[in-house]
Write a protein that binds this ligand. Structure first.
Ligand code: F6R
Length: 240
């Protein structure tokens, strides 16, 4: 794993946006794997800026999101569909039918997972997958104990994840209990992975990741089995 230590959140976002920009410019039909949450927001802002300055086009880009909450309508203010529109898609020239996010409202969730995985295999794998990391070491919503051999599936969110994500909702009770997530195996199929970590709250997770021991109780450790992972981490997240 390559580790790039940067000063702060802004530098992490800049570095990540450069890698995404490079990936888009160097592929004819780039496929990106995308994350939501607080961590990549700065990166998306910089990508939108590059687009507005005429430095980048998303016309040929296809995207796959890691996950979506179950039971939130795409129009819900906290859905990851809405997040992607607000932070990236509605600001750039990407074709909406080239953007894929699991449907957390599907009447048959198992079928939705199978279809998403199939699409991911047919259109993907992503040339570049962006990941954040949960305080408990989750990647996507693969919570501790997840099978490293897992495809896209329904997951019950860990209590600690619901608590950590309560900050995005009006009250903790509003945080959905389940999500659809790409599996660890689906994530590891990506050609290149960029993992972002910023802030003191991620310091324990980063320390455990860099200890290098592979353990399903700490899902991010599966990344040690991939040959092209870059961790971009700021000083605060590196502090332990
Ligand atoms: C989001 C995702 C999650 C987040 C993680 C960190 O699509 O898959 O793994 O990356 O929960 O979230 P933040 O960035 O909000 O700390």
């Amino acid at each position: 794993m390559d580790v790039v230590i940067v000063k702060n959140y802004i530098e992490m976002s800049k570095h990540a946006a450069e890698l995404v920009g490079e990936c888009i410019r160097s592929h004819e039909d780039p496929v990106l794997g995308l994350a939501t949450g607080g961590t990549p927001i700065g990166m998306y802002q910089l990508l939108v800026r590059q687009y507005r300055e005429g430095l980048l086009s998303f016309k040929n880009v296809k995207t796959f999101n890691l996950d979506e909450y179950i039971g939130l309508d795409p129009a819900h203010s906290k859905s990851y569909h809405r997040y992607m529109n607000e932070h990236l898609f509605s600001h750039v020239d990407i074709l909406r039918d080239q953007t894929f996010i699991p449907n957390g409202m599907a009447s048959n969730l198992q079928k939705e997972c199978r279809q998403y995985e199939k699409l991911l295999k047919r259109v993907g794998p992503p040339d570049l997958q962006i990941l954040g990391i949960g305080e408990n070491g989750h990647i996507g919503f693969n919570e501790p104990g997840s099978d490293f051999d897992g495809d896209t599936h329904v997951i019950r969110l860990a209590d600690s994840t619901r608590e950590a994500n309560a900050r995005y909702f009006r009250s903790p009770d509003e945080v959905p209990t389940h999500a659809i997530t790409m599996g660890v195996k689906s994530i590891l199929r990506s050609k290149k992975i960029v993992l972002l970590a910023s802030g003191e709250k991620k310091a324990n997770a980063v320390k455990r990741l860099l200890d290098g021991e592979t353990d399903p109780a700490f899902p991010a450790s599966a990344l040690c089995n991939h040959k092209d992972v870059t961790l971009i981490v700021d000083n605060a997240a590196m502090s332990k």
